[in-house]
Design a protein around this ligand. Structure first.
Ligand SMILES: Nc1ncnc2c1ncn2[C@@H]1O[C@H](COP(=O)(O)OP(=O)(O)OP(=O)(O)O)[C@@H](O)[C@H]1O
Ligand SMILES: [Mg+2]
Length: 242
């Protein structure tokens, strides 16, 4: 189980995340939604210790998460990745294996097999020698998904994986998510897509600095909760989905 208690983050004295607490069970896809600037990315970074938190405890399997970061995969929001970094598709995915083999050892044959399988799984093996900066947005997302797969993590974080991807890539991402879920992993997925993606989630967290609602889609997506998180701007949300 992933357990987050009273997590808070300030950027230069301004509160970005406040008193966030929730629990997630193995084999669950956890959707995180909320308006721009709600603190979704910040919350994930604070869970991973990538930004300092002013308070909070994060436990995974009853132990501090920061002592188990090799069980964690994280795919950042696209805008936060340096795409000019000169590295091939194959090496991006192979990097996931360094947690297992160390930086300076030759990757083992089994690591290379795992990398290959992950690239096949997302349909990117043919482009393995391409520079990562020379891929389309959807192809880049698939490579990062392959990296998360190759890492064989137990806890996976995806920050807006559906942005700018076509239906085919979206379908591949969903399939892989379902597979990981059936292996008992926990997936935390930030999304702006209030449609299909939400129906795949076992648990939803609606965030606007604080947790506005936490539960099933039906429990969370009430007109009242949506209004509290997004204000009046989201009148398009139709009550049939609620
Ligand atoms: N490095 C930073 N320094 C200062 N303020 C920051 C920093 N990163 C984010 N913020 C601020 O913290 C708040 C939360 O930002 P965050 O990126 O977590 O939101 P988000 O919910 O992920 O938004 P989006 O949907 O646009 O990705 C925003 O007000 C943002 O301006
Ligand atoms: Mg974000």
């Amino acid at each position: 189980m992933l357990e987050v208690k009273n997590l808070a983050v300030n950027y230069r004295g301004v509160t970005a995340v406040e008193d966030v607490s929730f629990r997630s069970l193995p084999g669950q896809i956890v959707g995180v939604i909320g308006p721009n600037g709600a603190g979704k990315s910040t919350m994930v970074k604070a869970i991973l210790g990538l930004v300092p938190s002013t308070s909070g405890v994060v436990k995974f399997r009853d132990r501090a998460l920061k002592q188990q970061l090799n069980s964690v995969a994280y795919v950042p929001q696209r805008s936060q990745i340096d795409w000019d970094y000169p590295i091939t598709v194959w090496n991006v995915v192979l990097m996931a294996r360094t947690v297992h083999t160390g930086w300076f050892r030759e990757p083992s044959r089994s690591s290379q097999e795992i990398v290959k399988d992950a690239l096949v799984r997302v349909g990117m093996l043919e482009l393995r020698s391409r520079q990562i900066g020379e891929l389309s947005g959807g192809q880049q997302q698939r490579v990062f998904l392959a990296r998360a797969l190759a890492q064989q993590a137990e806890l996976l974080f995806f920050d807006e994986p559906f942005v700018g991807v076509d239906k085919k890539t979206e379908a591949i991402i969903f399939e892989v998510f379902e597979e990981l879920k059936s292996q008992g992993k926990i997936l935390l997925v930030i999304t702006h897509d209030l449609g299909t993606a939400l129906t795949k989630c076992d648990q939803l967290l609606l965030l606007n600095k604080q947790i506005i609602a936490d539960g099933s889609m039906k429990e969370v997506m009430t007109a009242d909760n949506i209004q509290r998180a997004y204000g009046d701007s989201i009148f398009i949300f139709n009550r049939e989905v609620v």
